[in-house]
Design a binder for this molecule. Structure first.
Ligand code: NAD
Length: 505
């Protein structure tokens, strides 16, 4: 690792007079990364940002040294020390064995909130939605992105979707705090809880619990499918939108694209200990080294970083000067358009133009006004004031890989009944891909080799069972030759079922 200290305060100033410089880790990345980082650092310095910069190397060269995550182990020490990471894009090598640095960084450092403002700069940059100004807040750690996947049978693979109450509380509270600190009016939640009642249902439930703590903000919930359609069609309906990881991943790109400025959007990844700021685009290798890339995405990521560091004056100066540059029609090739633009410039010249305009404000576009958030509470999960609910085990789903000719659910049901007849647990139903096929299934239902077989208390269905009884059940099934591939326990929490009911129950 090359760690190069570079401090942007005057080294000759007396320590008592100099404002404290915030430690920041910087990585210049690959492709256009070094050029746009250089432009961004020059503007930061000229805007009066007080930063003590440590540089680390990430990306292609580090992958080539054999570090499969694109970052050397010692670079984590810099990130732990500074807790703030300004990152240029990197080139992720194609092929197996290499991991995405972004995913590794988010998970390792617990960066649970991804914040992506999606803004139109009409009439200076072409946009599908002239007045669009929406902030997408995506949960960054949970959902199907836990990466827990299994192929369970020759025909069926699964991906676990994990949603936790503390995870929901952190991201939902973060969204409301963000809205309040940034003068926003409304927070909207997108989920698919009409279908995923336990996982997305929990996200929605927590949203409804937290929203009343912010009576100054409007709150609403949309089912994600119609919400996404409305966001693409009428983004003016939305202000701050919070959602689970997968929907957020997709919709934050859609929102940035329809704002018309995918090359100009910055993003923040915020954790309890560390935060990372970047442009949303990649390393554009074909444009590297030509002084043509647009540094705006990284510059706007850097503005978010200054706000995170409570350097509101520098953030406001930099952002307004950037807006004025865009408004003056000084554009890089990617947004240059006759009629909208006045001068096509390169990366360095764009940065020069922003620096020249420090202290100016746009007149057609809205200037930004940043001030220190007054009472912004740290966005964390509520701690331990709720008693754990009473948990009762009332059944078990045993999943089988079963592929007899004809795949008759009736034959499978009869064989399972016979194999388990002597035990305390009784077969209640069998489903295939969630559709009930036994008893009373439809012959038209298509069946794979993946079967869920639900067992409950034989004498008193709904009453508790024991772990030992489940072990006995699995032993009986093994002796009868069944290939069980996993079990899921059916529990109630304070009497409320914590499992989906089979279709038709
Ligand atoms: P890309 O974002 O690099 O490029 C897509 C298109 O947009 C290209 O035509 C490019 O020339 C243009 N473009 C992107 N940024 C621009 C800018 N600032 N100014 C002008 N034009 C710009 O996406 P890609 O080509 O799919 O990916 C290239 C590499 O970047 C890949 O290795 C990918 O894995 C990586 N990537 C990295 C990150 C990251 O580090 N955060 C994010 C996305 C992609």
């Amino acid at each position: 690792m090359t760690t190069m200290a570079r401090t942007q305060t005057d080294p000759n100033a007396s320590s008592s007079a100099a404002p404290t410089a915030a430690p920041v880790t910087v990585a210049r990345g690959d492709g256009i990364g070094p050029e746009i980082m250089d432009a961004t650092l020059r503007v930061l310095e000229a805007a009066g940002a007080q930063l003590a910069i440590e540089e680390i190397q990430i990306g292609e060269q580090v992958y080539e040294q054999g570090f499969t995550a694109g970052i050397a182990p010692e670079s984590w020490e810099s990130l732990r020390r500074t807790r703030v990471f300004l990152k240029a894009p990197i080139t992720t090598p194609q092929g197996g064995g290499f991991k995405s640095l972004n995913v590794t960084t988010r998970k390792t450092l617990g960066l649970y909130a991804n914040v992506r403002p999606c803004v139109a700069y009409h009439p200076f940059v072409a946009s599908k939605h002239e007045g669009m100004d929406v902030v997408i807040i995506r949960e960054n750690e949970e959902d199907t992105y836990a990466g827990i996947e299994h192929r369970q049978t020759p025909e069926v693979a699964q991906c676990l979707k994990l949603i936790s109450r503390p995870g929901c509380e952190k991201i939902v509270r973060f969204a409301f705090e963000y809205a309040r600190a940034n003068g926003r009016k409304k927070v909207t939640c997108f989920t698919k809880d009409n279908i995923m009642k336990a996982t997305d249902g929990l996200f929605h439930e927590v949203f409804d619990e937290v929203a009343p703590e912010y009576p100054d903000l409007e709150s609403e919930h949309w089912i994600v499918d119609i919400g996404a359609a409305k966001l693409a069609d009428t983004p003016g309906l939305f202000d701050v939108v919070v959602m689970p990881n997968l929907y957020g991943d997709i919709l934050s790109d859609v929102a940035a694209q329809i704002a018309g400025s995918v090359g100009m959007a910055g993003s923040a990844n915020i954790g309890e200990h560390v935060a990372m700021f970047e442009a949303i685009h990649g390393s554009a290798p074909r444009r590297a080294g030509q002084n043509v890339a647009n540094p705006s995405g990284l510059m706007l990521g850097a503005v978010q970083m200054l706000l995170h560091l409570q350097q509101h004056d520098a953030a406001q100066r930099m952002h307004n000067a950037w807006l004025k540059t865009i408004e003056d029609g000084i554009h890089t090739y990617d947004i240059f358009k006759l009629g909208h633009s006045t001068q096509q410039v390169g990366t360095r010249e764009f940065a020069d133009a922003v620096i020249e305009r420090l202290g100016s404000e746009p007149s057609t576009l809205n200037p930004v006004r940043y001030q220190a958030a007054k009472d912004a509470a740290p966005a964390k999960a509520a701690e331990g004031d709720k008693p754990r609910p009473a948990k009762d085990l009332v059944g078990v789903d045993v999943f089988l890989d079963w592929d007899e000719p004809g795949r008759s659910p009736g034959r499978l049901g009869a064989a399972l009944q016979a194999a388990t007849a002597a035990g305390p647990l009784k077969l209640k139903m069998i489903t295939n891909r969630g559709v009930k096929v036994y008893p009373d299934g439809f012959p038209e239902t298509f069946c794979t080799d993946h079967w869920r077989c639900r067992f409950v208390n034989r004498e008193q269905p709904g009453q508790t069972i024991t772990h030992r009884q489940i072990v006995g059940l699995l032993t009986a099934m093994t002796e009868a030759g069944f290939d069980f591939i996993k079990t899921e326990h059916l529990c109630t929490f304070d009497g409320t079922p914590g499992f989906s009911l089979g279709q038709g129950e």
